[in-house]
Design a binder for this molecule. Structure first.
Ligand code: C2E
Ligand code: MG
Ligand code: MG
Length: 730
């Protein structure tokens, strides 16, 4: 406040006259200076770690104020004031204290600063000294009087210059990062130096008059220092000299020194100016060289910190960063696939971990070969890999995961030994599953474990309700109720004869008409049903509904068969054949009107038992279909032993069938295999006209997929059939 009043007094006409005013320039200015010194002193007294530093600054400011008071009260009234006067002595005595204060503060802030930062302060110091030398030379030129007078006059600018040097050096030591305290301190001390310099120039050129804006500069400067003393650091101290930005100030000094070297021809030989300028340039070159080196090391370190040593793929950190960036980018959905090898531990234990490591590397290579632009593949650790699949829907992510699994199911040849492996995948789609990287990985992990436990191969995290996670038991309770209250409904998807267009059968797909959450898809509740032992009841329920529907269709004149999916636990249930027989008998239905679909991987849980059960089912007259064929790794020999009527080729085979010769070849040989074993081949997931005609050309028997019809409620199926019949007659 006092500073503002004083400042205003020098510009407005408050004083009534121009020139020196004892009231303004004496009393007010001196009390501002003294209070500033006292405030800084108070801070020193109050504070622990920076006590000495602020103490020195307080003494420095105090001496300065004392010099001013001595001048004001005594020296100015002397008829012939001596030069140097007592006031001069006191003023000059303040400098060492200010230096020590600043240096101590800087040291405290940059404990642990590396030597490159020290080099920066040396460069800045040398460069400034070169400029200062040049300036001193110019100044000395026009000064006369006794040596003591000249020295005294010069002492101020030199002292101030040193102060600025120390300030800049301190800032360099902190990578030129200015916090709250240093902003005020630099402003205050800088202003002090500037005021002194302007004053010196004015006096030297005889152009000084009191009562201008120059006079309050010292008071303002003192006030700024007092403020600095009472501010708190708002930034952490610098610990690294990273990036090119730190080079800016040293480079400026280098450039100035270069200019001095080129243009300062006033003195022949090596003047102090040229020596200092030369040293600055040299030190600057060393600094630049080290910065280049440092940046290179940094880049190399950065790459290493983001690379998995074993596989050479990205590591967890790199994956996190890439995914976070992708989320921040925000365009389109993407999926995170978590892939975990099955039985890796056994391989590792039995073949040794060198073989295990080689397998992991090879797995990495195979996965990498499938990555597209924008995808990220990382090894998270152990036998766990993560894939960021750019622009993917849940369906395409599932397909991609299945393709990756197919790649991994192919034999690995390791030092003449053949290793078979498989993997389970969990998929989480952004932003449905979670909107953070951690959340996505966690959800993908949940799905992956589900896939492992249920032997699903790939599972998609599809719970739109977190309570599924927190309260699986509640879901199970609700599912129990659903079974008794008839909340399960069946959707039907036609299977079509690809040659004749006839409708040999439909597949029943279960849905849960949940009272609160709406229509739930199978992957939202089947895993829980399996885990909590509800699968038997669920399958009974589905079988009843499906067979009731067949009966109803028969009454309406539609003769079709229905396929019902059965799960792993159903295949271990010895009572299933008898139960199925009863369900058919009470409805007076032919056993051939029912087909049971068993996935290939389900058969692997307990192959001998599964084979026995399939035999018993077939003996009743029920037909058996191998679902999702190609995702497991059953051998032809085993298929031949099983009582099977149909193969359903997994839809992952259809991707790329049009343009990939290999994909077509696989389908072709599968058709041949099926036919040679007397099986019907059904292609799942036909989505396009093109796939349909290709499959027909490859002699595939039947097809199922969105291209023909999506799964639909029973009454819609009647309409769909009618519409097709009408379209055919037209
Ligand atoms: P699935 O037996 O392989 O059934 C085919 C799945 O593929 C169905 O998914 C169907 O909607 C979907 N689909 C059909 N055509 C296309 C197509 O062109 N493109 C694509 N992308 N998908 C197509 P849904 O209904 O979600 O069933 C998923 C799985 O849940 C089934 O796979 C089956 O394994 C299981 N499931 C369904 N109902 C039952 C059931 O009643 N009991 C048991 N145990 N499992 C069931
Ligand atoms: Mg099926
Ligand atoms: Mg299938």
């Amino acid at each position: 406040m006092a500073v503002v009043v004083y400042g205003v007094s020098t510009v407005s006409g408050i004083r009534g006259h121009s020139g020196y005013s004892p009231g303004w320039d004496g009393w007010l200015q001196n009390s501002i200076l003294t209070s500033a010194a006292l405030l800084v002193g108070l801070r020193a007294w109050r504070e622990g770690p920076s006590r000495v530093a602020w103490g020195c600054l307080a003494v420095g400011l105090g001496l300065y104020a004392a010099g001013n008071i001595i001048y004001f009260a005594y020296v100015q009234y002397q008829p012939f004031p001596p030069s140097p006067s007592v006031a001069d002595m006191t003023w000059l005595a303040s400098y060492p204290f200010l230096y020590v204060g600043v240096i101590r503060l800087a040291r405290q802030r940059t404990h642990g600063a590396n030597w490159l930062l020290r080099l920066d302060s040396v460069i800045s110091g040398l460069g400034l000294s070169a400029v200062a030398m040049l300036w001193l030379r110019v100044m000395l030129h026009g000064t006369d009087g006794s040596l003591a007078t000249v020295l005294t006059t010069m002492a101020y600018p030199v002292g101030d210059l040193l102060l600025v040097l120390i300030l800049l050096g301190s800032l360099a030591l902190n990578s030129w990062r200015i916090d709250n305290v240093w902003a005020w301190l630099t402003a205050g001390l800088g202003m002090f130096a500037a005021a002194d310099t302007i004053y010196a120039i004015r006096v030297a050129t005889d152009s000084y008059t009191a009562g201008t804006l120059l006079d309050p500069m010292w008071a303002v400067a003192a006030a700024a220092i007092a403020i600095a003393a009472w501010r708190h650091n708002d930034r952490a101290p610098a610990t690294r000299t990273v990036g090119w930005a730190v080079l800016v100030v040293p480079t400026l000094f280098m450039a100035t020194s270069l200019a001095l070297l080129v243009f300062d021809q006033s003195e022949s030989g090596a003047s102090p100016v040229t020596i200092l300028a030369g040293a600055t340039v040299l030190a600057g070159l060393v600094r630049t060289g080290f910065t280049f080196h440092e940046m290179r090391v940094l880049v190399v370190n950065g790459v290493e910190a983001r690379t998995d040593e074993l596989s050479g793929l990205a590591n967890r950190r790199a994956f996190h960063e890439a995914a976070a960036k992708r989320i921040a980018g925000g365009r389109g959905t993407f999926s995170v696939i978590l892939l975990d090898l099955d039985r890796f531990k056994e391989i590792n234990d039995s073949l040794g971990h060198l073989a295990g490591d080689r397998l992991l590397r090879e797995v990495g290579n195979r996965l990498q070969a499938r990555m597209r632009q924008g995808d990220v593949l990382a090894r998270l650790g152990g036998d766990e890999f993560a894939i960021l699949l750019d622009n993917s829907s849940p369906e395409s992510a599932r397909d991609a995961a299945e393709r990756l699994r197919l790649d991994l199911q192919k034999a690995f040849i390791d030092e003449g030994m053949t290793i078979y492996s498989d993997a389970s995948c969990g998929v989480a789609v952004w932003p449905d599953a979670a909107d953070s990287v951690g959340g996505l990985l966690q959800r993908a992990d949940i799905a992956m474990y589900e896939a492992k436990r249920e032997r699903l191969g790939t599972a998609i995290y599809a719970h739109d309700d977190e309570t599924d996670l927190i309260e699986p038991l509640r879901l199970v309770e609700e599912l129990r109720t659903a079974l008794t209250k008839g909340q399960l409904v069946l959707y039907y998807q036609p299977k079509l004869d690809l040659r004749t267009g006839a409708l040999p059968g439909v597949e029943a797909l279960v849905r849960w008409q949940h009272p609160e959450r709406g229509l739930l898809q199978p992957d939202q509740f089947l895993p829980q049903a399996e885990r909590y032992g509800l699968m038997r009841r669920l399958t009974t329920c589905v079988l009843s509904l499906a067979l009731d529907q067949v009966k109803e269709w028969q009454r309406a004149g539609l003769d079709t068969t229905v396929a019902v999916n059965i799960s792993a636990s159903n295949l271990l249930d010895g009572e299933l054949p008898e139960q199925v027989r009863t369900l058919l008998a009470v409805r007076n239905l032919q056993p051939s009107s029912l087909m049971l679909e068993v996935t290939e991987t389900t058969l692997m849980v307990d192959p001998p038992r599964a084979a026995e059960l399939l035999n018993r089912l077939q003996a009743i007259g029920v037909r058996i279909s191998i679902d999702d064929y190609g995702t497991g790794y059953s051998s032809l020999a085993r298929l031949r032993e099983l009582a099977v009527n149909e193969l359903k080729l997994d839809r992952s085979f259809l991707t790329g069938i049009g343009d990939d010769a290999r994909a077509s070849a696989i389908v072709k040989s599968t058709v041949e295999l099926a036919h040679s074993l007397g099986l019907t081949l059904v292609a799942e997931g036909i989505e396009t006209e093109q796939s349909e005609s290709l499959l027909r050309d490859l002699a595939c028997d039947q097809g199922q997929g969105y291209h023909f019809a999506r799964p639909m409620p029973a009454h819609q199926l009647i309409q769909w059939i009618a519409a097709r019949a009408e379209a055919a007659t037209r």
